[in-house]
Design a protein around this ligand. Sequence first.
Ligand code: NAD
Length: 499
Amino acid sequence: MLDKVRTIQPQNIRNQLFINGEFVDAEDGSTIDVLNPHDGSRITAIAEAKPADVDKAVTAARAAFDGWSNMFSSERGRLIMKLADKLEQHFDEFTELESLDTGHPLRDTRRLDLPRTLLNLRYFGGIADKIDGREVPVEPGFLSIVKRRPVGVVGQIVPWNFPIMFCSWKLGPALAAGNTVVMKPSEITPLSTLRLVDLMNEVGFPPGVVNIVPGYGHIAGQHIAEHPGIDKIAFTGSTATGRKIVQASAGNLKRVSLEMGGKGPNIVFEDATLPAAIGGSAFAIFHNQGQACIAGSRLLLHEAIADEFLEKFIGLAKSIKIGNPLDDETEMGPLTSKMHLDRVLNYMDVCKKEGNHILTGGKQPDNDELGKGFYIEPTVVEARPGDTVFQQEVFGPFVSVTRFRNDAEALELANATDYGLGSGLWTNNLQRAHRFSDGIKAGMVWVNCYKRVHPGSPFGGVGESGYGRDMGIECLQEYTSPKAVWINYDAKIPPFYSR
Ligand code: NAD
C-alpha cells in the first residue's frame, strides 16, 4: 500500500477524533475503514464520531469561544499564518497524504490542492485584523456604530472531493472572525484534516478552538445540524443533503450557508480560440476526475466548430495518462470511493437506456494494475436538454455535449438546469462575453478560462447550488453578525412622555 509513499510517517497518519486539543477514541470505540482508491486496500481505520462525541466537541468549542473571540484579532491572524508556514514545511507529506487518501494525482495536489490551501490560510490570516465595522450617520448627538461580532460555535460539514482545500476554505474565515469550530470531514477522506489539526496544536492554537469529528453524515452530520449548542452550519456537499440540513437546523434556527452541486455549462462559440478552448474544457471536466462541484460538465458547442472541436477534444481525452496517483507522471487518478465509482458507472446504463451516444470512455480502463482500483476512463457523451445526464450531476470525468445554432439557443441551454454554480464561455467577442456573464444563471462565470478560484473571490451558487459564499470578503458576512450600538452623547430627544 505504501510502496510509493516517500514522506508520510506511519505515526503521522492520525486516526482518532480531535476534541479539545487532544486525539481521542470514539466514546463507544467505533471505527470506519479508510481505503486507498488506487487498489481498495485499507490505509487505516479512523474513530467514528457518534452523537456523544459530537456533544463533547460542542462543549469544548463553546468553552473555547470567549477566549478565542476576545483574543487580539492580529494574534488570531498570526496563528493562522503560522499554521500556513508549518503546513508549507510539511508540503510533500501533505501532497502525498492527500493523493493517497483521495486519489488526486500528485501533480494536482502539488500544483493546486496544497498551494490553494496555503493561499487561503494566508489570505484569511491576513484579514483577521481587518474585519471592522462602520459608523452610521444618524441624528446629531448620537453615535451609531455597527460592530461585527463572531457568530459563535460553527458546525462545518465538508465532502470528500477536496478535503484539505475545503478545510482551509471553511476554517480560515471562521477562525479569523473569532468563531470556534466543530468540523465533520467526510468519513471517506479524513486524513489530511486530522493531520492538519496536529499542526495546529504545534503552532499553539488553544484547545477547543477547532474540533474534528469524522463520522457518517446521517449520524454525526445530522447531530451537528440539529445541535442546539451550534449557532451556524457551513455546509459543502450535495443538494439532497443540504435540504436535510436546512430542515434539521430549524430546532434552534441556526444560520446556514450551503455550497452544493452544480452542472456547469461550458459554452464554446464559433469565434473561440480553439486550442485554448479545447485544453481549458478538458481541465474544466477532467481535472480531479471530474469530482468538482464547479466542473464544466455540460459542453455546449456552436455547430460550426463542433466537429473539429470534438475530434481534438476526444483525442486529448483518450491521451490522458490514467494511473496510480502517487506516480509523478499520472494525469488522472481513480475516483475517490467504490460507492462513487458504482454511481458513475450507473450513469452509463442510463445513457444506454436513454439513447445517449457515448463518443469515448464509459467504462473502467482495461488494465490489470488498475483493475482493483476505482478508475474510469474520461467519458464524452452526446445529450439533449431533457436527458438525465444533461440535468443530473454525474461528478465524474463525464461530460455531455450539446450543439447550438445561435446565442439565444446557447443561453437557453446554459440555463436549462436547476443548478447555478460555475459556468464558462470561450469567445473573442467582448460584447458577447459581457452579455453572457449577465445572462447565465450562476454564482461564477469564467470567460476564456474555467474553474479559476482565489480566496479574494466569492465562491458559491444560486438556485439548487445553494446560498451563502465561501471566500471573498463576502464570506465574512456569513461568519459574523452585525451588532448596532447607539450612544447618546449630546442628542436632543423630544420627550414622548413629559410629566
Ligand atoms: P454529501 O452531501 O453526501 O456529503 C457531504 C457531507 O455531508 C459529508 O461530510 C457527509 O458525511 C455529510 N452528510 C451526509 N448526510 C448528512 C446529513 N443527513 N446531515 C448532515 N451531514 C450529512 O456529498 P458528497 O458526496 O460527500 O460530495 C459530493 C457533493 O458535494 C456533490 O454534489 C458536489 O457538487 C458537492 N460539492 C459542492 C461544492 C460547492 O462548493 N458548491 C464543493 C464540492 C462538492
